[in-house]
Design a protein around this ligand. Structure first.
Ligand code: FCB
Length: 454
């Protein structure tokens, strides 16, 4: 395997609520995930992020682990309520200082910090005012982006506005599987729009504080495949792609929502007409503010099959009974190359990153303390190969981030799903490198220092 540029970003990723713990430290306010996790049944094991991986206190050790693995980049997020407890009032300097210390530790280890402003843990006080369904949250986010980029802009160049707006809007406001747990399809469309608008407005604000800023956003994209060549399955694929991928890509790159996907929403009764009630003049141009890069989080593909009876064809994203991870997601590395190539061909972002890719498997340490996560090793190797393939086909791919550095709080699954390349014993907080971490280390070494290639 070859063809990775010398300055390729080899990274791992985490997010604040999933790893930090220390929810009551430094005046941190309540986040929507603190609140949601208390709803009976919302999180499978009844857990929350109170302790998580205690990364807040152990970040120096975790940076040392990253050095051991040899990553040159670390993608992490800032906990919004650590900076603005209620989303609007005074700035919490203790929160900013924590991230300054983390960034300084990374820089002195030679690791490039890749910061995400919003990886889902927004202040509960903003949700109490309507959350992302309300246009007022846009201003709150832009102020937050201003505060953080002003404070860290002297040492962080790589900025991400949001992680996965689809998840926040759809799972948070439509199905209610994620915080804030609302089940209001119309609110979900407004939420998606306000997330996109907040992104577009934050881009120039970040650029104002950061020299040579490199600003983008992260979308979770899922390549769809029609279950058969039948018209009804091909129609299901179109609907899936419109709802899942193009609803976000088209506004960002073309400044408009896809007409066919709008019509689908009207048909479903989620919109009363094709005029989107939440769009104000000028919004679409702001959303399409050029970005420096796009991040793609890729885990699996969707097989699209149309229902053959009833009114609207429904999409059933149903993996074949092939190899699956503990999430039930099919292992399908070709989909990664496919989505990278497709986004490059259709939208031509200046640069692309795989900002998340990884697999949940529950492998525990054996009696000698070794974590032989064979399936994850296979997952990592084949997906890195898919990146090489995309590069060979001319995709401007600039980096790859494994999700995740550590086993951590996996949202509605709590601690029941382990994505880490480092095992965490939650009772003792002991970290153990899994085999996948060693394989990743060797892959990175082979590509960054050809003499160490095996
Ligand atoms: C993504 C999230 C990330 C993690 C992985 C498994 O959707 O961005 O926080 O939970 O899934």
């Amino acid at each position: 395997m070859s063809g990775f540029p010398k300055d390729f970003a080899w990274g791992t990723a985490t997010s604040s609520y999933q790893v930090e713990g220390a929810l009551d430290v430094g005046g941190r306010g309540e986040s929507i995930w603190d609140r949601f996790a208390r709803v009976p049944g919302a999180v499978a094991d009844g857990s929350d992020g109170r302790v998580a991986c205690d990364h807040f206190h152990r970040f120096a050790d975790d940076v040392a682990l990253m050095r051991q693995i040899g990553v040159n980049t670390y993608r992490f997020s800032i906990a919004w309520p650590r900076i603005l407890a209620d989303g609007r009032g005074e700035v919490l300097h203790a929160g900013l200082d924590f991230y300054r210390r983390l960034v300084d530790a990374l820089l002195s280890a030679g690791i490039r910090p890749f910061v995400t402003l919003n990886h889902w843990d927004m202040p509960q006080a903003l949700e109490d005012e309507g959350g992302w369904a309300s246009r007022r949250t846009v201003d709150a986010f832009v102020r937050y982006a201003d505060v953080v980029s002003r404070a860290l802009g002297d040492r962080v160049r790589d900025w991400t506005t949001h992680n996965e707006p689809w998840c926040m809007a759809h799972l948070g406001y439509e199905t209610g599987e994620h915080a804030p747990g609302r089940k209001e399809p119309a609110a979900a469309l407004a939420a998606a729009h306000h997330l996109l608008l907040a992104h577009g407005r934050a881009v120039p604000v970040i650029r104002a504080h950061v020299r040579d800023a490199h600003v983008g956003l992260v979308l979770n994209l899922v390549p769809g495949y029609a279950a058969s060549g039948s018209d009804i399955d091909r129609e299901a694929l179109r609907r899936f792609d419109g709802f899942f991928n193009r609803w976000y890509l088209d506004p960002i790159f073309f400044g408009r929502y896809p007409d066919d996907a709008i019509a689908d929403r009207v048909q479903q009764g989620h919109l009363s007409s094709t005029t989107l009630p939440f769009v104000v003049d000028g919004d679409m141009a702001e959303i399409a503010t050029p970005i420096d890069w796009l991040g793609i989080n890729y885990y699996s593909r969707a097989i699209c099959r149309g229902a053959d009876e009833g009114n609207a064809p429904r999409v059933i994203a149903e993996p074949l009974p092939a190899q699956k991870t503990d999430m039930g997601w099919e292992v399908f590395p070709d989909g990664l190359a496919a989505i990278l190539e497709r986004v490059h061909a259709d939208y031509a972002p200046r640069a692309l990153y795989v900002t998340e890719n990884g697999a949940a498997y529950a492998t525990e340490p054996d009696h000698q303390g070794r974590v032989a996560d064979v399936e994850r090793v296979h997952y990592v190797r084949t997906h890195v190969e898919a990146c090489a393939q995309a590069l060979a086909r001319g995709v401007p791919l600039r980096g790859y981030f494994l999700w995740s550095l550590l086993d951590n709080f996996e949202w509605q699954w709590g601690y029941l799903r382990r994505f880490g390349i480092v095992h965490v014993d939650y009772a003792t907080q002991k970290r153990t490198l899994k085999d996948s971490a060693r394989v990743y280390r060797d892959l990175i070494a082979a590509h960054t220092n050809p003499r160490s290639a095996r």
